[in-house]
Design a binder for this molecule. Structure first.
Ligand SMILES: C[S@@+](CC[C@H](N)C(=O)[O-])C[C@H]1O[C@@H](n2cnc3c(N)ncnc32)[C@H](O)[C@@H]1O
Length: 468
């Protein structure tokens, strides 16, 4: 960006609408200007931080008018913590914008013919709806401008969330409105205990420190899993921490820890030690039990996961004699959810531990018509696999945010299943994949579901039907 452009201030910019990733847009001298943290209807001065020939990006530095759709954010961490970027917009409007995002992605990226996008299915709970949160310990707490300006000395250890785009800065969380149950108490009590016992908080730059990460998972059945990741292997200190949690929170049903001396926080390849209780928690849906292990994915809004699965099942339109492939099956939740309505369901998933859970989930629920396989989708779903199994009548696919690998899309085109139900947490990559699939499929139904109130994220289910 030219020096002239950088730090340029665009005055009195009217914010017109929401674009992708929660950014809003206005127009200035024929160029689109993307701005974070504003709402349609705001009139602001914007300092430009990035400029290209066709667009600019910037931050609002002065508000002249506030949008009538703004509401007061309820969280004291709003604006610093990157978690709930839309708390300043009322929920009805959040839903409208989310649905609009789906329309935009399919018309701009997908460029495919689509039916009317259904009104989004909203979340009954707009706070305390998450069943999983990851908190990070750090010896580098984020200080506010006022704290820095005060010149005072502050506690620098923190337990909370990453500041957006800053890998080494953590905002210390006092209360998080995303997860209920014991979540806030466990985090705050553990931090207090660590500080009063002078236990070291992780130093990510130098990769040292005992306390590294805290994961809390809860279920609607009242169970909870707490996992502490340690960045050191001092047995006495680890025992001290785990005994504290065990005694203070006897209601934790799965108390686990991991010693992680690696550079990153992922622990799929590490041993998870059960300190007390079980090594899994159990969620329930329509009388079905779902076992969730520490390494397994489970949709983070349990109530809305049920809504999402009902839409998926309805789109699949099963009569009882179909072979269903459930791609990216996780712990086999969708596979097991639809199994009673199908002849056979075959689930494929990358994480081996999740496949172990998926099989267990079938067993626990007395389902005998499911098969599960672990492996990378692009390698698993090949001619040999298809030859060894029945061809699918319905394919349900629920890939991660990046969408499906080209090889997987090509395989779906080759398989020509009469129906594909595509579930996605990223309509942009979904629209891209659907555009490729449109060579043989038409888009028959689109149903957005809101799993993540207060954020710009949206889940979307698409029914694709093989063209005749
Ligand atoms: C959005 S989750 C869907 C999980 C499941 N359908 C559910 O509703 O619980 C995506 C899943 O894809 C898995 N995954 C990611 N990349 C994969 C790959 N290349 N091959 C197979 N599975 C993959 C992840 O481990 C995760 O369980």
């Amino acid at each position: 960006m030219s020096r002239k452009m950088k730090n340029k201030v665009v005055e009195n910019l009217t914010i017109e609408r929401i674009a992708t990733e929660g950014k809003c847009v206005g127009h200035h001298e024929g160029k689109v200007v993307f701005v974070q943290g504003v709402a349609p209807g705001d009139v602001v001065d914007v300092r430009i931080t990035r400029g290209k020939s066709s667009f600019m990006e910037g931050e609002a530095i002065k508000f002249h008018e506030f949008s009538k759709d703004r509401i007061d954010p309820f969280c004291s961490h709003f604006g610093t913590c990157g978690g709930c970027k839309w708390q300043h917009i009322n929920y009805d409007l959040q839903k409208t914008y989310k649905r609009q995002q789906v329309v935009d992605q399919f018309t701009r990226i997908g460029k495919v013919e689509i039916p009317e996008v259904q009104p989004i299915i909203g979340s009954a709970n707009t706070q305390y709806y998450r069943n999983k949160l990851d908190f990070t310990f750090s010896n580098n707490r984020w200080l506010t401008r006022e704290e820095i300006d005060s010149g005072a000395e502050f506690e620098r250890n923190a337990l909370g969330f990453h500041i957006p785009k800053m890998f080494d800065k953590i905002v210390d969380i006092e209360h998080c409105y995303l997860q209920g149950n014991i979540s806030n108490d466990v985090r705050n009590e553990l931090r207090k205990f660590a500080l009063s016992n002078a236990l070291s908080f992780y130093d990510i730059r130098n990769q040292v420190g005992l306390l590294r990460n805290l994961i809390i998972r809860t279920t609607s059945t009242g169970e909870s899993m707490v996992i502490v990741q340690f960045g050191g292997d001092n047995e006495a200190e680890i025992d001290l921490v785990m005994n504290f949690l065990h005694e203070k929170f006897p209601q934790i049903t799965a108390l686990l820890y991991i010693i992680n001396l690696k550079k990153n926080e992922t622990f799929n390849d590490l041993e998870v030690v059960t300190f007390a209780g079980k090594d899994y928690i159990e969620e329930e849906m329509e009388g079905l039990k779902f076992r969730i292990g520490p390494k397994s994915f489970y949709q983070t809004n349990s109530d809305q996961a049920y809504e999402l699965y009902k839409v998926t099942r309805e789109f699949a339109g099963l009569k009882g004699d179909e072979v269903v492939y459930d791609l990216y099956t996780g712990t086999g939740t969708i596979a097991n959810f639809v199994a009673k309505q199908a002849k056979q369901v075959i689930g494929i998933e990358y994480v081996e531990a999740a496949i172990v859970d998926a099989k267990l989930n079938s067993k626990v629920n007395g389902l005998e018509n499911t098969l599960f396989y672990a492996g990378d989708m692009k390698d698993m779903l090949n001619d040999e696999f298809i030859a060894a199994h029945d061809k699918p009548d319905v394919i349900i696919t629920d890939p991660p945010r990046a969408g499906m690998h080209d090889d997987v899309v090509n395989m779906l085109l080759k398989l020509e299943a009469p129906k594909i139900v595509y579930v996605s947490c990223n309509p942009a990559t979904q629209a891209r994949d659907v555009a490729l699939l449109s060579e043989k499929y038409s888009v028959d139904k689109i149903q957005p579901v809101d799993m993540f109130p207060q954020t710009y994220h949206v889940e979307n289910v698409v029914l694709l039907t093989l063209k005749s």
